[in-house]
Write a protein that binds this ligand. Structure first.
Ligand code: MSP
Length: 477
C-alpha cells in the first residue's frame, strides 16, 4: 500500500492567537497538500498546538486561568480558523492530549533505556520567549534577537541531557549522502548549507528536562522533572499518526519557519535516530514576513490577524496573497497597502476580469462549456515547482498565460469576427475557454473554491456569467 503524502506544520504556541505568520505556513502546507491531491495521491496534513512549557503557563497566569483552561480556550482560535481558509486539516494535535503524553513518555523512556541520556548540571541562559537555551553566539547585545524586550534568565539546575553531540557525524553524513540509511534533506539549499556549517562548528549536548517547570510531561523515570517543551513538541509528528492509528511516519515534509529549523533539522533527526526510528524526508524552512518593513509585534500594533484578511480579501484572495508574497529564501515585506494593491491588480482587474471577459463573450455567443475531462493535465515542471515551494515560478507562468488570453481577445475581437465568420469566432472562443480552464487548473491548489466556481461557469451550457469573482477592495482595512 502506498503511504499517503504526509505534510506537517509547526504546532503553534497557545500563548497567542493566530497571526499572519502562522497563517502563511498553514496555507502553504494546504497548497502543497492540494497539489498532491491534484496528482491523485492520498495526502495527510497535520497541524495543531503546542500547549506545555513556561511560556504558556505564564500566559495562562496572566489570563487568570489554569493552564488547561487557558489552552482549551486558545487552541480553538487555531483549530477554528483553518477551515475558514479552505485548509483541509486531517488531524489537529494538541500536546495536552493524554495519548500524546503517553506516546511521548514511551519515546523518552526508549531514549533513556538506549543510554542516550545522562544527568548533569545545566548552567546558562534561557529565553522563555523562544523556550530555548541560549549560547553566547545566540545573543545580540546581550539579549535574544527574537525577544529583545525579555532578558534571558540565568538558570542552574540538574537536568537530563541528550547526547546530541555524538550524533553530529551521522547527521552530517545523512544530510550530504543520498544513500545514507538516515538520509534527509533541508530546503532551500542556502538553509541546508547554514545548518551544515553550524554542525561542523560543533554542538553541545541538549538539556531535555526541567526541574522547575510544572506545566509539562513528567519524565517517566523521574517525576521530579518535566520534559523540555521542545522535545515533546517535536514528538507530535510521530505521536499523531499513532493516536489515529495511521501508517504515516516518516513525514514527507516538515514545513517550518527559519527560526525553528535547527530544532527540526538537527535535534529532531538525532532524537529519532537515537530511538531507532526513520527520519523525516524533507524539512523546508521559509523566511519571515516583515510588516511594512518592521518586525511584527504586539507592541508595534502591526500584527495582522487571519480573520481580518478573510474579511477583506475572502478566503481564496487571502490564500493567493500569501502564496504570492511567500518568503521563499529572504524575508518578504507585506502590509495592508501592498496586499490591497496586489489583490486589485492580480485578482480583481487581472484574473477575475479575464474570466469575466471570456465567459461573457462565450455566453453571448451561446457557446457550450467544455467538459472538464478534456482539461486537466499539468506538466511535470508544475509539480517540480510545487515540490520545491517555487510558487513564484508557477504564478509567473500563470501570469504570462493570463496576459496571453487578454491579448488574444483584443487581437481576434470575437464579437466582430462573429459578424463575418461565425464559425471562426466559435473556434476562437472555444480556444479561449480552454485556455482559461487550463490556467484555472494551475490555480486550483491556491484558490480551490474560486477554481471550482470558474470550472462550473465555463463547463455549463451555455457558458455562465456570474457575479465578479474578486470584487475590488479599497485601501484601508
Ligand atoms: N511551538 C513552536 C513550534 C513547535 S513545532 C514542533 C513554535 N510555535 S510558534 O507559535 O511560535 O510558531 C512559529 C511558526 O509560526 C514559525 O515557524 C512560522 O511557521 C510561523 N511564523 C511566526 N512568525 C512569522 C513571521 N513573521 N513570518 C512568517 N512566519 C512566521 O515555534
Amino acid at each position: 500500500m502506498v503511504k499517503p503524502f504526509f505534510i506537517t506544520t509547526p504546532i503553534y504556541y497557545v500563548n497567542d492567537v493566530p497571526h499572519i505568520g502562522h497563517t502563511l505556513t498553514t496555507v502553504v502546507a494546504d497548497i502543497i497538500a492540494r497539489s498532491h491531491k491534484l496528482r491523485g495521491e492520498e495526502v495527510f496534513l497535520l497541524t495543531g498546538t503546542d500547549e506545555h512549557g513556561a511560556k504558556v503557563a505564564e500566559a495562562a497566569k496572566n489570563d487568570g486561568l489554569s493552564p488547561q483552561a487557558y489552552t482549551d480556550k486558545v487552541t480553538k482560535t487555531f483549530s477554528e480558523i483553518w477551515p475558514k481558509l479552505g485548509i483541509q486539516v486531517d488531524y489537529f494535535i494538541r500536546t495536552t492530549n493524554p495519548d500524546h503524553v503517553r506516546i511521548a513518555q514511551a519515546f523518552l523512556q526508549k531514549l533513556y533505556d538506549q543510554g542516550a541520556m545522562y544527568k548533569d548540571w545545566y548552567r546558562g541562559l534561557y529565553c522563555i520567549g523562544c523556550e530555548k537555551f541560549l549560547t553566547q553566539d545566540d545573543l545580540t547585545d546581550g539579549v535574544c534577537p527574537f525577544h529583545p524586550n525579555r532578558k534571558p534568565e540565568k538558570q542552574k539546575e540538574e537536568n537530563y541531557f541528550f547526547k546530541l553531540k555524538s550524533f553530529i557525524p551521522t547527521l552530517i553524513d545523512a544530510l550530504t549522502d543520498e544513500h545514507h540509511p538516515h538520509h534527509y534533506d533541508i530546503l532551500p539549499l542556502s538553509k541546508k548549507n547554514e545548518v551544515l556549517s553550524k554542525l561542523k562548528l560543533g554542538v553541545s549536548d541538549l538539556s531535555i528536562s526541567r526541574q522547575k517547570v510544572e506545566w509539562g510531561i513528567p519524565l517517566p523515570w523521574d517525576s521530579g522533572q518535566t520534559c523540555y517543551v521542545w522535545v515533546e513538541a517535536l514528538m507530535n509528528y510521530y505521536s499523531a499518526p499513532q493516536i489515529i492509528g495511521k501508517e504515516l511516519w516518516p513525514a514527507d515534509v516538515h514545513l517550518v519557519g527559519k527560526e525553528i529549523l535547527w530544532f527540526h533539522s538537527v535535534i529532531w533527526p538525532a532524537l529519532l535516530i537515537a530511538a531507532d526510528l526513520p527520519v523525516p524526508k524533507t524539512i523546508f524552512a521559509h523566511s519571515f514576513y516583515m510588516i511594512d518593513g518592521q518586525k511584527m509585534s504586539k507592541s508595534l500594533g502591526n500584527v495582522i490577524a487571519p480573520q481580518k484578511l478573510i474579511e477583506k480579501f475572502g478566503a481564496d484572495g487571502t490564500r493567493y496573497l500569501l502564496a504570492q508574497s511567500f518568503p521563499y529564501e529572504n524575508d518578504s515585506n507585506v502590509g495592508w497597502g501592498a496586499f490591497t494593491k496586489t489583490y486589485n491588480a492580480d485578482l480583481a482587474n487581472g484574473w477575475g476580469n479575464v474570466v469575466q471577459r471570456v465567459s461573457k463573450l462565450a455566453h453571448d455567443a451561446d457557446i457550450a462549456g467544455k467538459k472538464t475531462s478534456e482539461v486537466i493535465t499539468l506538466y511535470q515542471e508544475y509539480y517540480n515547482a510545487m515540490d520545491t515551494f517555487r510558487f513564484h515560478d508557477i504564478l509567473s507562468h500563470v501570469w504570462v498565460n493570463i496576459a496571453e488570453v487578454d491579448r488574444l481577445i483584443d487581437q481576434n475581437k470575437p464579437w466582430e469576427l462573429a459578424k463575418v465568420d461565425p464559425k471562426k469566432a466559435r473556434v476562437v472562443l472555444e480556444d479561449l475557454i480552454m485556455r482559461v480552464l487550463r490556467i484555472n487548473t494551475h490555480l486550483k491548489p491556491f484558490m480551490p473554491e474560486t477554481s471550482k466556481e470558474i470550472e462550473r461557469r465555463l463547463t455549463s451550457s451555455p457558458v455562465e456569467v456570474g457575479p465578479p469573482l474578486f470584487p475590488r477592495v479599497t485601501e484601508q482595512p
